[in-house]
Design a protein around this ligand. Sequence first.
Ligand SMILES: C[C@H](O)[C@H](O)[C@H]1CNC2=NC(N)=NC(=O)C2=N1
Length: 110
Amino acid sequence: MMSLTEKKCVPCEGGVPTIQGQEIENYTCQLKSKWTVVEEKLLRREFTFPDFVTALAFVNKVGAIAEEEGHHPDLHLSYGKVVVELWTHAIQGLSENDFIVAAKIDALGF
Ligand SMILES: C[C@H](O)[C@H](O)[C@H]1CNC2=NC(N)=NC(=O)C2=N1
């Protein structure tokens, strides 16, 4: 089976079911444990940094992944902290794209 980091996001235009229930667990077990699933609607992980500029550098690295994948997180940047939230807007919930991007963010090694 391909790992999430080997996969590429596919454009999502809606009309597909969201990932729910046990299937969510099948995906989260492939991620670092620091991701939380919020109301089966989104993935959330908080990253901490020594200062604002290193947090901003991380945001730019995540932004490059998002642009490469065509799938974009919500990012909340503050001094020494970045909150990353991933959900698929087109279906108002979770798709495999969210887990692919999360895995590629994990692979940054922060
Ligand atoms: C056509 C393109 O796939 C869509 O506009 C993408 C862009 N980035 C996206 N990002 C997220 N998080 N959800 C989406 O539904 C989404 N759609």
